[in-house]
Design a protein around this ligand. Structure first.
Ligand SMILES: Cc1cc2nc3c(=O)[nH]c(=O)nc-3n(C[C@H](O)[C@H](O)[C@H](O)COP(=O)(O)OP(=O)(O)OC[C@H]3O[C@@H](n4cnc5c(N)ncnc54)[C@H](O)[C@@H]3O)c2cc1C
Length: 456
């Protein structure tokens, strides 16, 4: 049997195949992180699961790399590759809500914006990320941390089933009752096990929330971080949010003469009864004198997209990540040295709480192993001008070097850089060996290796 050519692939799929000879190639090979500049042999803009199967078969038969792309937000640029093929799922983004069962069926290329827009009218939501343009696919498969995680668990904890195209070109359904080992691995194991064409999620009643950002003077950063580490341990689980180091963007709610200055912020999201919101968020307001705030009742999708403008496509990205079971005084001291040096308005450091419902899932119940971590920190370097790469990368590295000795060995894979592959075993702790066994079963030749790779 001869191997499939690009022309045969083009004939076979319903979607579009884009090569260097086609118009739109440069747009099609682009991912969110502008540092990534790869030239795939073809980008297949898949229209359905059949197209995904054809693309996987094409890669396997030709012995070339395959990158599976959902929202294209991977900082290491796992959504594209050199000389291989990209299964671009961005045209597969429908969301069907079943309000009676409180579930949503979400195609593999949907973003959280697609998800929230579809579920909000029903007064339903699930844990998604902080930014609405991030893909449901990559975020959920790596775990999924966001405003609602303390109350509803990680995104992957709300997954009921997934349709997965595996390396042999078969479509498998993974759930608690079918291909259970695959289902276990998908919940935290990243894109290692196949291309997910459709996710089924549990939804929960969340419509309007009470929340938003509150900015404090930098000299109160120690008070803010110490307050948050104590408060969040027993805070009601409907309260999400996080401390951040952030340069003030030029927004009307911030005094104009303070635009461009670094601050420490608390972002709040109360997802309980809206009339209780003001009281629930008051402890955040009481920490220190407030410089600026934009807190109030709003639709959950509004908060979920409130910071999108800070992270448009085309920025340079370099990120590092830590888990903390405890935020020690030494860890806070390290934050106080490096947080105030945040070098660009797009860059930020967020310390996400992942206790509450996330802690109630046993560490071996899903691939996501850090169920005892209280915080997941991201040091997110994002800046527009490549001429500033060295300085910005250095800020992230110095920050990470200072906090790592006071953090767990592993870090959240979705916040890690391409040079963090040596931390993957630590990230999965006691779950790693089982992940390797499942990888051997479903992808023995490591076809799906454009990810934080679990080697078979
Ligand atoms: C601006 C920004 C904000 C972020 N905020 C958060 C946040 O609040 N919480 C959080 O947890 N993470 C967050 N992240 C990290 C995010 O979870 C990861 O970058 C994630 O990989 C993005 O998924 P994606 O589908 O957009 O990316 P892609 O680049 O398309 O894919 C990333 C990885 O996931 C795999 N993948 C994606 N879709 C599928 C699929 N359908 N089937 C199989 N594999 C797939 C890819 O193969 C690749 O390995 C953020 C990232 C950015 C850039």
């Amino acid at each position: 049997m001869s191997t499939m050519t690009v022309e045969q692939l083009r004939e076979q799929v319903r979607g579009t195949v884009i090569t260097a000879e086609d118009g739109g190639y440069d747009q099609a090979r682009r991912v969110h992180n502008a540092m990534i500049d790869c030239r795939p042999r073809a980008v297949v803009r898949c229209a359905n699961a059949g197209d995904v199967i054809s693309t996987v078969n094409f890669a396997r038969e030709n012995g070339i790399d395959i990158a599976v792309r959902g929202g294209a937000h991977s900082v290491p640029g796992f959504g594209v590759c050199n000389d291989g093929v990209v299964a671009d799922l961005s045209a597969m983004r429908s969301v069907r809500v079943d309000p009676y069962a409180r579930t949503a069926r979400v195609e593999g290329g949907a973003t959280w914006s697609d998800f929230n827009a579809a579920t909000y009218p029903f007064g339903l939501a699930s844990t998604g990320g902080i930014i609405s343009t991030t893909g449901v696919g990559g975020l959920t498969l790596g775990g999924g941390i966001g405003y609602l995680a303390r109350g509803l668990g990680l995104s992957c904890d709300n997954l009921i089933s997934a349709d997965v195209v595996t390396a042999d070109g078969q479509l498998l359904i993974a759930s608690e009752t079918q291909n259970e080992d695959l289902f276990w691995a998908l919940r935290g194991g990243g894109g290692n096990f196949g291309a997910v064409t459709s996710f089924e999620f549990q939804l929960s009643p969340v419509k309007d929330i009470y929340g938003g950002p509150i900015f404090f003077e930098l000299e109160r950063a120690g008070d803010v971080l110490r307050f948050f580490r104590e408060f969040i341990v027993d805070a009601p689980e409907q309260l999400g949010g996080f401390p951040a180091f952030q340069i003030a963007p030029p927004l009307p709610f911030i005094p104009a003469d303070r635009h461009g200055e670094p601050f420490v912020a608390l972002v709040a999201c109360w997802a309980g009864p809206i009339e209780d919101g003001e009281k629930a968020v008051q402890p955040f307001r009481d920490v220190a004198p407030i410089v600026a705030e934009m807190v109030g009742p709003m639709p959950y999708p509004a908060l979920n997209s409130a910071f999108d403008a800070l992270v448009p496509p085309g920025l340079q990205h370099y990120w590092k990540a830590n888990f903390n079971t405890e935020l020690t005084d030494e860890a806070i001291d390290a934050h106080l040295i490096h947080g105030p040096k945040v070098p660009a308005v797009n860059s930020t450091v967020h310390i996400y709480p992942i206790n509450g419902a996330c802690h109630r899932v046993p560490a071996d119940a899903t691939a996501f192993a850090y169920r005892d971590a209280t915080f997941a920190t991201v040091i997110a370097g994002m800046w527009p001008d490549p001429a500033d790469n060295d300085a910005n990368v250095q800020w992230v590295r110095d920050y990470y070097a200072a906090t790592a000795p006071h953090s767990e060995e592993g870090g959240y894979i979705n916040f890690m850089a391409a040079d963090d592959q040596n931390r993957i075993v630590a990230n999965y702790k006691g779950n790693y060996d089982r992940l390797v066994d499942i990888k051997k079963k479903y992808d023995p030749d490591n076809l799906f290796h454009m990810n934080q790779n679990i080697k078979p």
